[in-house]
Design a protein around this ligand. Sequence first.
Ligand code: PEP
Ligand code: MN
Length: 338
Amino acid sequence: MIISMKAGATKEQVQHVIDQIRKMGYEAHPIYGKERVVIGAIGDERGKARLQALEAAAGVDQVVPILRPFKLSGRELRREATVVRVGEIEIGPQRFVVMAGPCSVESREQILSTARSVKKSGAQILRGGAFKPRTSPYSFQGLEEEGLKLLAEARAETGLKIVTEVMTPEDIPLVSAYTDILQVGARNMQNYALLKRLGQARRPVLLKRSMMGSIQELLMSAEYIISQGNPDVILCERGIRTFETATRNTMDVSAVPLLHELSHLPVIADPSHGTGLRSLIRPMAKASVAAGADGLMIEVHPNPEEAFSDGPQSLLLEEFEALMQDVRRFLPLEGRTL
Ligand code: PEP
Ligand code: MN
């Protein structure tokens, strides 16, 4: 933190601020300029927000952070990229991971046929919601534990790992008993009670950006999870809400390289929710590869017109196969392999 004193601040005011900084456990390094004094406060980054209170002290003009507030998810204090391990799958800068499956788990036949097909096309992780965060309480809410059991059955048969959403802190033990990755949905990105409890969970967390979440807010949400002891966080860009109504969301592809600049955590892209339109998913998947994404999340359904949720943005099985062929062609340009 830099504490900038007002021009004309008295010697006593400067000394008082220095004393306060030391009292809070930080070193104070004053720099005496012609017009004014600025004081650098050096020490443990984590509690530094407390220094902000010095803005109320007499003679202080501004208290300005010099490092970003996301200490554990940011790159400033940890340069090397984090690799999140899910069994033998590595999610990080070398390999490329594809998570595919229906929006919701609907039936044994639906999830098993999708799992077999996406596995054949090259996906490593099966997605499917058993607890669904729906905009309307009258929409299908998910099969809950029965859905989790079906996902586990599909894993046992295909060897695919599973990612599925958890919506409340109370559900974490149940969902953890079945899944390999716990998904935080866009609508829950700032559910801090959920994030804190996920910090104590023993599973990697896929954290989706909310439709109105800034990059900084996403990284602060990751900070909640990591600061509670769980370092295995995967970030996911899934589109944000803008003035544009031609697409369901505006896919912020630039978030991918920006998140990589700001954070050491893996970043995946979800062009299904990012656009909401089937025809845009393949081009945006390629754009995500080019932008440096560490993986993709894609909604796939054997019969989208009968899907309980997100049918219009779900790829047919053969469309997903075509997307994977494109991805395979593009990955070597980025120095990656599936
Ligand atoms: C989903 O993955 O099906 C989902 C509900 O996504 P989001 O939370 O990004 O809307
Ligand atoms: Mn969906």
